[in-house]
Design a protein around this ligand. Sequence first.
Ligand SMILES: Cc1cc2nc3c(=O)[nH]c(=O)nc-3n(C[C@H](O)[C@H](O)[C@H](O)COP(=O)(O)OP(=O)(O)OC[C@H]3O[C@@H](n4cnc5c(N)ncnc54)[C@H](O)[C@@H]3O)c2cc1C
Length: 374
Amino acid sequence: MLDVIIVGSGPAGLMTGITLAENDISVVILERMSRPNENKLCAGYIPISSFRKYGLPLNLYKHLVEGFRFHDSSGKNILVEFDNVVGGNVDRTEFAEFLAKRFRKNGGWIRTEEYVFDFDERNSYVTVKTSKETYKGKFLVLACGIASNLPGKIRGRLFRNMVGLCLQTSIPSNHINIDFKKENWIFYGEKYSPFGYGWIFPKENIVEIGLGSLLSEVKNGLDSYLSNLLNIVGVEKKYSRRYFPVPLSGPIEKIYSRRVFLAGDAAGHVSPITGEGIKYSLNAGVDLGISISLYFKKKISLHDIGKKYLKLLRKNVFPDLKWGRIFLKLVQKKLISSSKTFVDKKKLRAVAELYASNITHLNAGLKFLKTFFL
Ligand SMILES: Cc1cc2nc3c(=O)[nH]c(=O)nc-3n(C[C@H](O)[C@H](O)[C@H](O)COP(=O)(O)OP(=O)(O)OC[C@H]3O[C@@H](n4cnc5c(N)ncnc54)[C@H](O)[C@@H]3O)c2cc1C
């Protein structure tokens, strides 16, 4: 019997796995795709603070970011610059391959092309049924993202006002005649999203163009908004585009049972105001890995693993999620508006610092609340 079975090789699953493997716990990751986290729809922006925290090499960045260029529906744009690199955009599969290498080096084991379709929690173990076989483990970690129905068995369902819907397309860089410099472009206003924002995030050979909106605010699909973004870069040809959900629930506490734990998107670990989830998935993975390891080291009881995990999340992940959710609700009630962000550069700095991860959501909120009230 394995100690821990993890479903999903995104940042949450891999970081949980690395932390467990570093603690000599036998762990397997089951992934439905043929490579770790392959084909994950994502713009790939990660702040440099996460790279430093986890010792990630800067060459994983496909585009360095020293500033954010904010655009509004009228065509105006303002650049907020920083003195140094504050983050960058990664290729998600390459990013996962890097973490997977670290996981394997520590003794972890990844089985790709294994689709997990169900699990069964017993008193002293968990069984996991995949497209190939049935596994037995002492613990199960569901890090299979938001599109899987497995986490719902523990967490319950997420309602339409707790989920975002994104639409994104990847355009070859040589089809866009724009020098993006060390910038990521962000688009606010009704032209670019019914309730959310649009983005143009360049990478080495492609440019990610997409938008997100709270699902409950989407009335007629998101295609016309994406077309408006494509017009900005002068792209007329139809490239394939994909929809994908993202949780915007804020902190969820019902993310574990006795032997089953949720992390990352599966547990709602995404900022409800920026839609960023990678840095929170990395943090949550470590928090969960530490919590389960403490049990194997006989430092905490079975009963206390979930409590320990929640305690760490409340410190490392939940504050941003909680404040992000509060700000999302204020925007929904039209108490905060992005329309006044373009009055002057100072007002955008707080938002840029949020993306740069230089300040917490609470502090960014306090800064822009002063100026954003209608
Ligand atoms: C369009 C878009 C743009 C985004 N841009 C950004 C961004 O720029 N920066 C940022 O920080 N966040 C961004 N996010 C959010 C970010 O992608 C997620 O928060 C992050 O990927 C969550 O990581 P995870 O490990 O929880 O799950 P995922 O990365 O979703 O990984 C889950 C893994 O589980 C596997 N899996 C699922 N079901 C099964 C199953 N039944 N059996 C086996 N394997 C399974 C999947 O194949 C996948 O590899 C974006 C999201 C979207 C949709």
